[in-house]
Design a protein around this ligand. Structure first.
Ligand code: IPE
Ligand code: IPE
Ligand code: MG
Ligand code: MG
Ligand code: MG
Length: 323
């Protein structure tokens, strides 16, 4: 199948599920977030991995849904932690309802995600649950580091890369490996897919951080400048700090020491400094590097060249995206 067909197959399967039941205040927000127009990157990867390794992508639909529901749970809680007003072009759950709704609906989604593994035989179930539990805990680790970094002024680029590996890459990698598990693939192909996902996930989060500052508000779907408002120690910020002269460095440190009510001056000024030091081009280079690194894992895989091409095309698509 091609990329859009995986997405259509997944959406068709997802639509067959009914989320809303009593108590409505718990399940309606779940239905709301899941029906907003996400890119469905992770479930697409699960289906694609399974298809490539076994030709039976249908088998991977429950695992794909588990991953997407888990991902949406992380978004609901992430938006609370990041104080974000917008998600996929619409109000975030905690804004549309309230904080408690965001917390509990998120909790329920985490459990619902696990329940989809009950569709599998014990030995597959065990492998999926084991990978999933480890991954989910790593995402928590990454999210905590992300928050810790907001109030630190000595974060290194290595620490940042490790943080995004945990909060984002491991889930992209696990999405692929789950497809491999369902396909009963060899350990070697399964591990190489995981490795591909780790590098792709780093490129993906770097692009997310780039778009957060330089994206088009009309297509991005999230509040542009949100990371600057929240003092996120992204690669953009850390690289700018490394390259800036004393005066610009002082400005960056000054702005990232506080949370403000009114952020337009801070956003404009920080963006100006980022642009002055060519940060947009430097991030794009790094995204390219991690994407290229991800492709080298593909080369080592024991699959046909048309399938390698398919996974490569996915990497190119991620790099070029505007949301
Ligand atoms: C957003 O993920 C969270 C990150 C890890 C950057 P996506 O960009 O995949 O969000 P949706 O699902 O398409 O909305
Ligand atoms: C998100 O990182 C990682 C997780 C949701 C686990 P971000 O905070 O950058 O994601 P967005 O930009 O809000 O989607
Ligand atoms: Mg966020
Ligand atoms: Mg966040
Ligand atoms: Mg982001």
């Amino acid at each position: 199948l091609d990329l859009t067909s995986y997405q259509e197959e997944f959406l068709h399967y997802m639509k067959s599920k009914k989320w809303v039941r009593e108590p409505k205040n718990l399940y309606e927000p779940i239905d709301y977030i899941l029906k907003l127009s996400g890119k469905r990157i992770r479930p697409i990867l699960t289906l694609m991995a399974c298809d490539i390794l076994s030709n039976e992508y249908h088998e991977a639909l429950p695992a794909a849904l588990a991953i997407e529901v888990f991902h949406n749970f992380t978004l609901v809680h992430d938006d609370i932690m990041d104080d974000a007003p917008l998600r996929r072009g619409k109000e975030t759950v905690h804004e549309k309802w309230d904080l408690n709704t965001g917390i509990l609906s998120g909790d329920a989604m985490l459990i619902l995600a696990y329940q989809y593994f009950e569709n599998y035989e014990p030995s597959t179930f065990q492998k999926l649950a084991k990978l999933f539990s480890q991954t989910a805990l790593e995402v928590c680790d990454g999210q905590q580091l992300d928050i810790d970094f907001e109030t630190r002024n000595d974060v290194t680029i290595d620490e940042y890369i490790n943080m995004i590996r945990l909060k984002t890459s491991v889930l992209v990698a696990a999405a692929l490996q789950m497809g491999a598990i369902v396909a009963q693939a060899s350990d070697s192909d399964s591990d190489l897919l995981y490795e591909y996902g780790l590098n792709l996930g780093l490129a993906f989060q770097l692009q997310d951080d780039y778009l957060d500052t330089f994206g088009d508000p009309k297509t991005f779907g999230k509040q542009v400048g949100g990371d600057i408002i929240e003092n996120k120690k992204t690669y953009l910020y850390l690289k700018a700090l490394e390259l800036a002269n004393d005066e610009d460095k002082r400005k960056l440190l000054f702005f990232y020491k506080q949370k403000l009510q009114e952020n337009s001056i801070k956003i404009d000024e920080v963006k100006r400094i980022f642009e002055l030091y060519d940060i947009p081009a430097l991030v794009q280079n790094l995204i390219q590097e991690y994407t290229t690194a991800s492709f080298s894992s593909l080369d080592k895989m024991n699959i046909g060249s048309e399938n390698k091409e398919k996974l490569r095309a996915f990497g190119d698509f991620l790099m070029a995206r505007s949301k």
